[in-house]
Design a protein around this ligand. Structure first.
Ligand code: SAH
Ligand code: MG
Length: 232
């Protein structure tokens, strides 16, 4: 019998980003703490072994994209990232998460695309990423190929988070991962609403996904069924 102090047999150690990638992530403007970033990187590395693209909804200035891009680069796949680059509700002028540097002085609207491009360029990861600029449901409606990972980190209203789930989860390949950010089961903890938590519950209740990891508000679910979406 093993001694009580003996650690449980370990699965493989979590894949870690190289120090320069982690430094680029930590320097980038955005909304992801390091512990969740490391969990996202580990999930992306595992999912990338399926040999399929990794897709993010919610690029903002490219902070989390760096991690998906590096995991994709190492596996020889592509990271895709979706955003209209006009910001979520809570990022608009006058709201808590507004950053005046993201406003385009000519249009007076938020435009995070230039900052995103600088972030990826600085990190040396441009060629591993395809940016899809537009509204998530509009792009999802045109999509017809399987994905190794879908990371939902876009709008936080039920309308937006729900549409991200409905539009993209059907494209996660069997064995692929659905990662959801900003899941706050306790309303006392949330800052921008519980829509991502409701999406997480919906994914579990569908019977198509099982939770495999949780780090702060980041949840990693794996598809246990064949996707219903018709893929080319
Ligand atoms: N992943 C980023 C944070 C994303 S913030 C990081 O690591 O920092 C959420 C982003 O989702 C915003 O940039 C906003 O423009 C985008 N967004 C919100 N609703 C959207 C929609 N319906 N379609 C496309 N992008 C959307
Ligand atoms: Mg988020």
């Amino acid at each position: 019998m093993p001694a009580a102090s003996e650690p449980a047999p370990q699965a493989e150690p979590a894949p870690q980003p190289a120090p320069e990638i982690l430094a680029a992530f930590e320097k980038a403007k955005g909304f992801m703490p390091t512990d969740e970033g490391l969990a996202l990187y580990a999930a992306a590395t595992r999912a990338a072994r399926l040999g399929l693209p990794l897709l993010e909804v919610g690029t903002y200035c490219g902070r989390s994209t760096i991690l998906l891009a590096d995991a994709a680069r190492r596996a020889g796949v592509t990271a895709l990232t979706v955003d209209h680059h006009r910001g979520s509700e809570e990022q608009q002028p006058g709201w808590d998460y507004h950053d005046p540097e993201t406003v385009d002085p000519e249009t007076g609207l938020m435009d995070t695309l230039p900052a995103f491009r600088r972030t990826l360029h600085r990190a040396g990861l441009e060629e591993h990423v395809v940016a899809l600029v537009g509204r998530s449901p509009q792009i999802a409606a045109l999509w017809s190929s399987p994905l190794g990972l879908v990371f939902i980190d876009g709008g936080h209203t039920d309308e937006h988070a729900g549409a991200d789930y409905a539009g993209w989860a059907p494209h996660v390949a069997e064995g692929g991962l659905l990662v959801i950010h900003d899941v706050f089961p306790d309303p006392a903890d949330e800052f921008t609403g519980q829509a991502p938590y409701r999406v997480y519950l919906r994914a579990l209740e569908s019977g198509d996904f099982a939770e495999i990891a949780a780090t702060s508000s980041l949840r990693v679910l794996q598809r246990t069924s064949a996707p219903a979406a018709a893929h080319r």
